[in-house]
Design a protein around this ligand. Structure first.
Ligand SMILES: [Zn+2]
Length: 366
């Protein structure tokens, strides 16, 4: 018996069907819907990066992106606004808080004026990165809480100007779990950065509390919680947060690896129930780590990015069971079942909710 084992193995290796279908050979999934990606990064106002990104969008039928890296009025923002003028239908720019100036006198007092200046320049929203609550320290060296009263005039100003705040606070709850065999990122390069030292970091619960407190204090300001509001592990709690705070919506970016581990029927039911509150987003940045003059590398990036978008669209539009998780986690071993949202839900999720929350979204008549 044991003598035949090598032959059996050889036969298996030669003739067994490939267990995991690869999606590189499949045509890209091009959407027929109008799609706005509300969570995208283009780190600097580089015409080459924008050009590459727009070519990718054309391949998959996506209309526009929100660039979350507008920066500040004395930084890269003016250059972003110039670039936006060249692509008014396709680029939406969100500004950022000048945390680098936090040690300056009157930093907090000046924030409403800074955001008003950004608005005058043309930003259509404000993006808050996750460092708020986790690592930003005030002039005295104290960790700045998201719901610190000194930030209240900033949130209020955004409401007054009618621009949404896309806010990333906390992260998936599992980043606070101990590293074990049950760790999703087990053995991956990202294992360490997706794990927090619970002794040094505020707890997940505390960060969610701070975020919810901001929502409560500022009912006239619209907030979009990045990455399903860091609540993908408890959609019931996310639903309750929606019910409690009508000024709260979320984007779904960078969470298909968690949604894809849930029963697709449950995900669909949740997206149907909260169809007015969830916006399409992907995260990840255009031409990241690629030199714009390296033609081959740019072409390869465009292929990868097109596949990345295509997998997202397939996940939301089809009920295929063999979709490669868009980010290709862990050398692409994760297959996720599509949730096939109803067309009227897709219309809201893909663009109508964004058009409601983000001012000045232009749309040429088709
Ligand atoms: Zn992001």
């Amino acid at each position: 018996m044991y003598r035949t084992a090598p032959l059996v193995l050889l036969a298996l290796a030669l003739f067994a069907p490939r267990v995991l279908a690869q999606d590189e050979d499949k045509p890209l999934h091009k959407t027929g819907y109008r799609v706005i990606n509300v969570h995208r990064h283009v780190d600097s106002p580089s015409p080459e990066a924008v050009k590459a990104e727009l070519e990718v969008l054309d391949r998959v039928g996506v209309s526009a992106i929100v660039v979350l890296d507008g920066g500040t009025s004395d930084g890269k923002l003016p250059a972003w606004i110039e670039l936006r003028k060249k692509h008014p239908e396709r680029l939406i720019v969100f500004g950022n808080v000048p945390w680098g100036r936090i040690k300056q006198d009157n930093f907090f007092e000046n924030l409403p004026r800074e955001i008003a200046d950004q608005h005058k320049l043309g930003v259509q929203g404000l993006k808050i990165f996750k460092q708020l609550g986790m690592s930003i320290r005030d002039g005295k060296g104290e960790l700045l809480k998201g719901d610190d009263p000194r930030l209240d005039p900033l949130w209020a100003k955004c409401g007054e100007l009618g621009i949404p705040v896309l806010i990333h606070m906390a992260d998936p709850k599992e980043y606070w779990y101990p590293l074990t065999y049950n760790t999703f990122h087990y053995g991956m390069k990202s294992e360490q950065e997706q794990h927090y030292d619970r002794d040094k970091m505020p707890s997940w619960e505390e960060l969610i509390r701070q975020r919810d407190h901001i929502l409560k204090k500022h009912p006239k300001t619209n907030f979009i919680g990045a990455h399903m509001g860091s609540l993908t592990f408890d959609l019931k709690q996310l639903g309750e947060t929606f019910d409690k705070y009508p000024n709260f919506s979320v984007d779904c970016s960078a969470r298909t690896r968690i949604l894809g581990r849930l029963n697709p029927m449950a995900v669909r039911d949740f997206f149907v129930k909260y169809q007015d509150r969830i916006l399409f987003g992907t995260d990840s940045s255009a031409l990241n780590n690629v030199k714009p003059d390296d033609e081959k590398a740019v072409a390869a990036w465009k292929d990868r990015a097109s596949r990345f978008y295509s997998r997202h669209l397939e996940y939301f539009e089809t009920n295929r069971v063999d979709i490669v998780e868009p980010y290709g986690w862990g050398k692409e071993w994760l297959r996720i079942p599509g949730v096939k949202l109803p067309p009227q839900v897709l219309e809201k999720f893909y663009h109508a909710n964004a058009e409601k929350l983000i001012p000045g979204l232009t749309r040429k008549k088709d």
